[in-house]
Ligand binder design. Structure first.
Ligand code: PEP
Length: 252
């Protein structure tokens, strides 16, 4: 059975002390819960990672970063490599978030390089894809997502692809309060799984986790997560509030 995952994307929020305090609250909450069906992941700014490795050592909560460099080392001022992330104890990295694609002009080729480096450094990749509003309105959303996955992921071997989790995040739903309907999410998730099936085979496709992201909140999570091809969520704004994030995890 494929894994259910709820990952929080803190984006550029919380200083070191705030972040560690918050992660401790989340960790404490889930320590006492034996019934939680999803893996909980906190994707934080780089500065929190070494502290989280210490803090979350005994618990159930996993952690990771929101980006990594597209080169392995060298004169790339300000960058953090996949190997460096791994050295902190991080288990996950988000790659291809729409904010990185838009504000930092990260293209499919660069995202594929990052993905390969992350996997080579034994990190699990949460690979984001999704269309902008105009693309949905003109009906090209399936073509866009197909292209992002083909160029970003489909040169990976089967073995490497096992370390990939796909996050479908319609860009028009991220941080906007607009959410895809459960039917829209299911339709795209099913399509994504069919693309994975065409490339890697049916058994493999059935085991790939596909998360939904975009204004997910306690009030809509259960309905979206109930869809058969939705395996959890990538949560932005609501991952910064303990009650909301925990309620979303428990909606699985
Ligand atoms: C995200 O940043 O991945 C995200 C889904 O954000 P939000 O939940 O705030 O829409």
């Amino acid at each position: 059975m494929r894994k259910k995952i709820v990952a929080g994307n803190w984006k550029m929020n919380m200083d070191l002390a705030e972040g560690l305090r918050f992660a401790e609250l989340i960790d404490q909450y889930f320590k006492d819960k034996s019934m939680v069906k999803a893996e909980v992941v906190l994707c934080t700014p780089f500065i929190h990672l070494p502290g989280l490795a210490e803090l979350l050592k005994q618990g159930k909560v996993a952690f990771g970063a929101q980006n990594c460099a597209s080169e392995s080392s060298g004169a790339y001022t300000g960058e953090v490599s996949a190997g460096m992330l791994k050295s902190t104890g991080a288990q996950y990295v988000i790659i291809g978030h729409s904010e990185r694609r838009t504000y930092y002009h990260e293209d499919d080729n660069m995202l594929n390089k990052k993905t390969v480096l992350a996997i080579n450094n034994d990190l699990k990749v949460i690979f984001c894809c999704g269309e902008i509003l105009k693309e949905r309105e003109e009906g090209s959303h399936f073509i866009v997502v197909k292209r992002q996955l083909e160029r970003g992921l489909f040169n990976l071997s089967t073995e490497d692809f096992e370390k990939v989790v796909i996050a479908y995040e319609p860009v028009w739903a991220i941080g906007t309060g607009l959410t895809a309907t459960p039917e829209q999410a299911q339709e795209m998730h099913k399509y994504i799984r069919s693309l994975v099936k065409d490339r890697y085979g049916i058994e493999f496709a059935e085991n790939v986790s596909v998360l939904y992201g975009g204004s997910c909140k306690p009030s809509n999570a259960a309905e979206i997560f109930a869809k058969p091809d939705v395996d959890g969520g990538l949560i932005g704004g609501a991952s910064l509030k303990k009650e909301d994030f925990c309620a979303i995890v428990e909606a699985i």
